[in-house]
Write a protein that binds this ligand. Structure first.
Ligand SMILES: [Zn+2]
Length: 316
C-alpha cells in the first residue's frame, strides 16, 4: 500500500569518524602532505597506492621499501562524470581515471580535470595539481591535469607524520511525506493532538498513520478525531547515556509510553517534565506540554495515580 504523498524532504545521515592509518598508508599520506607520491616495492613491482600486504599472496611487505613515484603518469582507463555529486572531488564535469604513475606498475584512482570529455584518452599523460592547504589525504591532490608538469608546487612540508585520517561517511536520501504526516504536523503546530479512528475496528491511532494494521483500512482526514491532551504513563525506560563523541545527554533520563485519555492510543518514547527519574512509575497521570511545533513532553497533573495492573501491558 502506498500512502498519498504531500511532497518530499531531503535528509542526510552523517557518520564522521577518524581512522588510524598504519605504517604504510600513514607514510603515503604524509608524503602527499609534502607533495610527494610514494609507492611500495613488492618483488620486481612497485605498487602505488602502496599496500601493507602483497594482494596476491597476503605476504607482509617491507615497510621500509617505500619509493617515490610520479609525479606524472599515464591514464590506463577512465570514465567521464558529467554531473558530479557533492561527494565528488570536483564540482564540474571530470574524468575518474586509473593512472599509472611513472615508476609504478599499478594504477591509482583519481580525478582528471581535462575540461571536456573530448580531451580525455587512454594513454594520455597527466600530472598532479596540488592543493595549497594539505592535510595528508588523497584529496591533497585536487586532481590530475593533462601534461607533464605538476601544478601548485610549494615548499610547505608537514611538521608531523600523518597517522590519522578524518572520514565523513554520509548518505543523502529523499523521503516522501505522506498526506497524513503533513496534516499531523499542521495539527501539532496548532497545539492539537489528533488521532485517526478506524471505521472498521474503532481503534484509534496516532494522527500520521496511513492505515489500520489490524484490518488494513485506509485512514484519511475523514477519520480524524481530536484527542484530549491528558493521559496515563503505562511503561518507561530509564536511559543512562554512554558518553560517546557527539552525545549531548549527560544524566539518566526517562522515555515513557503514554496512554492518551478516551482512546486506546499509546504514544511511545515520550519525555517527561518535572518528574525526576527516580519518581517515574506506571500509573502517573500526565498532561501534554507543547514545545515549538511539537510535543515537548508530559508533565504530572497531580491527580492520584491510576491503579490498574493491566496498564503495564499497554505498550502499543
Ligand atoms: Zn481497524
Amino acid at each position: 500500500m502506498t500512502a498519498p504523498s504531500a511532497g518530499t524532504v531531503e535528509m542526510t545521515i552523517r557518520f564522521p569518524y577518524k581512522r588510524s592509518l598504519g605504517p604504510v598508508i600513514g607514510a603515503f599520506m604524509t608524503g602527499l602532505a609534502g607533495q610527494q607520491i610514494l609507492g611500495i616495492r613488492n618483488g620486481s613491482e612497485v605498487m602505488c597506492p602502496p599496500l601493507e600486504w602483497d594482494p596476491k599472496t597476503g605476504k607482509e611487505l617491507d615497510h621500509g621499501a617505500l619509493v617515490e613515484v610520479g609525479p606524472a603518469g599515464t591514464v590506463v582507463s577512465w570514465t567521464w562524470v558529467p554531473k558530479p555529486s557533492a561527494q565528488h572531488p570536483l564540482d564540474k564535469p571530470f574524468a575518474l581515471a586509473l593512472i599509472r604513475l611513472d615508476g609504478a606498475d599499478t594504477a591509482l584512482t583519481h580525478a582528471v580535470d581535462a575540461g571536456s570529455i573530448d580531451a580525455m584518452s587512454t594513454g594520455m599523460r597527466v600530472a598532479p595539481r596540488w592543493k595549497a592547504e594539505r592535510q595528508g589525504h588523497i584529496t591533497d591532490i585536487e586532481a590530475f591535469v593533462p601534461g607533464e608538469d605538476p601544478q601548485g608546487l610549494d615548499d610547505s612540508r608537514p611538521e608531523e607524520p600523518v597517522t590519522m585520517m578524518p572520514y565523513n561517511a554520509e548518505i543523502p536520501y529523499t523521503l516522501p511525506i505522506a498526506v497524513n504526516t503533513a496534516r499531523n504536523a499542521v495539527a501539532l503546530k496548532e497545539k492539537r493532538l489528533i488521532g485517526l479512528r478506524c471505521p472498521v475496528c474503532s481503534r484509534t491511532y496516532a494522527g500520521e498513520r496511513g492505515f489500520c494494521p489490524i484490518d488494513t483500512t485506509a485512514l484519511t482526514a475523514e477519520h480524524e478525531v481530536q484527542l484530549p491532551q491528558t493521559g496515563t504513563l503505562t511503561n518507561y525506560t530509564i536511559i543512562t547515556p554512554v558518553q560517546y563523541p557527539g552525545q549531548t545527554e549527560t544524566e539518566p533520563f526517562a522515555r515513557c509510553m503514554i496512554l492518551v485519555d478516551d482512546s486506546d492510543l499509546v504514544i511511545g518514547y515520550q519525555p517527561v517534565i518535572d518528574l525526576p527519574v527516580e519518581q517515574v512509575r506506571v500509573g502517573v497521570r500526565v498532561k501534554l506540554v507543547w514545545g515549538d511545533g511539537d510535543i515537548e513532553g508530559w508533565q504530572p497533573t497531580g491527580e492520584p495515580d491510576v491503579d490498574d495492573p493491566d496498564l503495564v501491558n499497554r505498550i502499543y
